[in-house]
Design a protein. Structure first.
Lengths: 114, 112
């Protein structure tokens, strides 16, 4: 199916472990984004990418690493997970609707760090 | 980071009632988007607004891009139980390179 997918949908890990969350989109959208959603904070931008091999920090990038070797994939890695990184993570991509950018979200990954 | 202002945090209405939500900012936005998020799912785009003063409908939903470009409104008419969820506004500022600024969302509950 076309669209934006995330895997895994649920993940439990331990403090200090490395975790990679996957995001894949089939639209060939240039821009892709990673957000985390926490109660009281809404959606906060972690990293974004304007194109393959171009990434930039968002509002809360510390503790996260991203890469984008292919347009359709934008993995997010927690190099050494901490309990404060327990959250729901959303990937999004931007496509054009009537010539103007509109952002579409994946279904999310619920990550628990014990 | 800058946030858009959405209040109240929660709204409770009776099935069949209309409900209005607004989203305000001290900054100008070029684009306003309204999303709905169901439990356990990602936000889904409801309505997109691209010009100041624009009024757009999507079924029972109507949204407006404020004339000042600093606010937007969403109205849901004749609410039904499946309208329950979190409603987010998002705006794109001039020169933001597709990045969006989000409100914290309003949780809507609909009593049958």
């Amino acid at each position: 199916d076309a669209g934006i997918t995330q895997s895994p949908r649920y993940k439990i890990t331990e403090t200090g472990r490395q975790v990679t969350l996957m995001c894949h989109q089939t639209w060939s959208h240039s821009y892709m984004f990673w957000y985390r959603q926490d109660l009281g904070h809404g959606l906060r931008l972690i990293y974004y990418s304007a194109a393959a091999d171009i990434t930039d920090k968002g509002e809360v990038p510390d503790g996260y690493v991203v890469s984008r070797s292919k347009t359709e994939n934008f993995p997010l890695t927690l190099e050494s997970a901490t309990r404060s990184q327990t959250s729901v993570y959303f990937c999004a991509s931007t496509g054009q609707v009537w010539g103007t950018d509109t952002q579409y979200f994946g279904p999310g990954t619920r990550l628990t760090v014990l | 980071g800058q946030q858009l202002n959405q209040s109240p945090q929660s709204m409770f209405i009776q099935e069949g009632e209309d409900v209005s939500m607004n989203c305000t900012s001290s900054s100008i936005f070029n684009t306003w988007l309204w999303y709905k998020q169901d439990p356990g799912e990602g936000p889904v785009l409801l309505i997109a607004l691209y010009k100041a003063g624009e009024l757009t409908s999507n079924g029972r939903l109507t949204a407006q891009f404020g004339i000042t470009r600093k606010d937007s409104f969403l109205n849901i008419s004749a609410s039904i139980p499946s309208d329950v969820g979190i409603y987010f506004c998002a705006g794109q500022r001039p020169g933001a390179n597709s990045k969006l600024t989000f409100g914290k969302g309003i949780t809507l509950s609909v009593r049958p």
